[in-house]
Write a protein that binds this ligand. Structure first.
Ligand code: NAD
Length: 527
């Protein structure tokens, strides 16, 4: 995390959220400097986009190897500035990046290759060919949050660069040091040509609008729905497309036939990993009434067993919240829930001592009038509510402005899939939760206020290219006109009438061909 940026001194102090220790000073870019970096990216684009995908992939593979040589240092940097245990820095950040680069360095050449479009209409089949050429877009702005300060930016940057774009990257100011580590890995470790990746550390409030205006050609934003909406509006003024990966209020449905031990363990991990600061955190649990009490008991016992603290020797499960603002949100939601009749089953307080810690907290007797069931918490709260029928569970789960991920827990996989299809979310897992950001070949995406567009997967890579249509005429040289060109006339009309029938039904084709062969004026109208 960071202390408030000091605009007068134009620096930011990075701070460890577990201890309050200052980690270093980082210079802040001014709006003019941001514009200069965008211009540098624009200048670097022609040469970078002219390389083959394979050539660009080699830079990224070099960067990956540089990162792997410094694994402990990278995990420690993430853990110190964000607060998450190093095990999580490795499993949910660095692991994914190594996997993503390895898979897509090999896969991107075929995904980004030209695609021919078979033309079905006999006339065009014989005289035209069409293909899609996946053309890089230009300068891409990548603006990212502090909760996964390594894997989220890397995912966007790797795909953008592979596809032939250049990048201006703004990390969250709360995790500026991790942002600079990413810059080091790619620029120094990967040896990228100057201007291809430009990292700007700037406070969101003072960065201006240049990141969302031409010559930027696409904005990839991950963060809150509120800021995403503002940025989307600015980009829309210049018709700049965006990928928006926004907030979530992700539901978990536990059916009466679920493996309750498995579901309880999954809920505790899904709610408290990264101290609940995950867009896909389990933020609401709906449990079949017949198993509700047993489930709550098991969740509470597992929650009490979690070890909360600063990661000194790997012996902690849950770190601190990344900043005091998050802590305040969590405390306010607990107060609101208790005032409306909720019951604390585990946790519920700030522990004594330094750092932004809050006990992993389980709440029962909750309902949809409470903030904890409606607003994103982004912290270690796990509210649990019973349901009486599958329809009610689906209705409650879908009763949200958000739609990022959801999970269903049942021993009957077919039932799980059937419920999954009814949930309004970008990803639904059966008998697991949260983890699919780690499956880089699958799409990460939201519906409703959780965003638009997608990251990861082949579809996510294609977000970074324009599928240009190139159509080439292959008519023989004696054809000096096309049937839809001037001059118009009776013969053109009649022959097209025959053609339209022939294209709809093969039975009409002989008549069309006979007419064309037999009538000079029809032939003239066609060629
Ligand atoms: P945030 O919206 O406050 O900030 C995100 C980024 O935007 C940061 O880099 C910030 O500096 C920048 N920013 C803020 N205001 C800006 C402005 N006016 N102009 C330009 N840039 C600006 O979000 P956060 O607090 O960093 O992250 C938490 C949020 O992110 C949660 O809502 C969470 O659900 C969401 N999130 C979503 C995903 C996803 O994949 N859907 C992943 C992680 C986090």
């Amino acid at each position: 995390m960071s202390r408030k940026p000091d605009d007068a001194r134009r620096t930011l102090t990075a701070v460890n959220p577990a201890t309050g220790e200052a980690l270093g000073e980082v210079p802040l870019a001014t709006a003019d400097e941001v514009r200069a970096r965008i211009e540098a990216a624009n200048q670097a684009f022609p040469a970078w986009s002219a390389l083959s995908v394979e050539q660009r992939a080699r830079y990224l593979q070099r960067a990956r190897d540089y990162m792997l040589d410094r694994l402990d240092e990278v995990c420690a940097t993430i853990s110190r500035e964000n607060g998450k245990p190093r095990v999580e820095a490795l499993s949910s950040e660095v692991f994914l990046v190594a996997d993503l680069i390895t898979l897509y360095a090999a896969r991107a050449p075929s995904i980004l290759a030209d695609r021919s479009i078979p033309l079905h209409n006999p006339l065009f089949k014989a005289t035209k060919s069409s293909r899609l050429v996946h053309q890089p877009l230009g300068v891409i702005s990548i603006v990212t949050p502090w909760n996964y300060p390594f894997s989220i930016p890397m995912s966007g940057i790797v795909f953008a660069l592979l596809a032939g774009n250049t990048v201006v990257f703004k990390p969250a100011s709360g995790t500026a040091l991790v942002g600079l580590k990413i810059d080091e890995i790619l620029n120094q470790g990967g040896g990228l040509p100057p201007g291809v990746l430009n990292t700007v550390v700037a406070a969101g409030s003072s960065v201006g609008t240049a990141l969302f205006e031409p010559p930027v050609r696409k904005v990839v934003f991950t963060g809150s729905t509120e800021v995403g909406r503002r940025i989307h509006e600015i980009a829309a003024r210049s018709f700049i497309p965006t990928v928006m990966e926004l907030g979530g209020k992700d539901p978990m449905i536990v059916c009466d036939d679920a493996d309750i031990d498995l579901a309880a363990a999954g809920a505790v991990w899904g709610a408290f990993t990264n101290c609940g600061q995950v867009c896909a955190s389990v933020e609401r649990v709906y449990v079949a009434r017949s198993v509700h009490d047993r489930f709550v008991e098991k969740v509470a016992a597992r929650t009490r067993a979690l070890r909360v603290g600063a990661d000194a020797d790997h012996e902690v499960d849950v770190g601190p919240l990344a900043n005091p603002e998050q802590l305040a949100t969590v405390e306010a939601q607990v107060v609101d829930a208790l005032s409306k009749g909720a019951r604390v089953v585990a946790g519920g307080r700030r522990p004594v001592g330094p750092g932004n810690f809050f006990e992993p907290t389980v709440l029962a007797d909750v309902n949809h009038t409470m903030k904890v069931m409606r607003e994103e918490t982004f912290g270690p709260l796990l509210p649990i509510m019973p349901f009486d029928s599958e329809d009610e569970a689906v209705r409650l789960a879908n009763d949200s402005e958000y739609g990022l991920t959801a999970s269903v827990w049942t021993r009957d996989r077919e039932r799980g899939e059937a419920i999954a299809r009814r949930l309004l979310a970008g990803t639904v897992t059966v008998n697991d939760c949260v983890y699919t950001y780690g499956l880089c070949e699958t799409p990460w995406q939201g519906v409703k206020d959780s965003g638009i567009g997608r990251s990861h997967s082949d579809a996510g890579l294609l977000e970074f290219v324009f599928p240009k249509h190139v159509n080439v005429d292959r008519s023989p040289g004696f054809m000096k006109r096309r049937m839809w060109w001037f001059p118009y006339g009776r013969a053109a009309y009649e022959v097209q009438k025959l053609a339209v029938r022939a294209f709809v039904s093969a039975k009409a084709m002989p008549r069309f061909l006979a007419s064309v062969i037999g009538r000079k004026d029809y032939r003239k109208a066609l060629m």
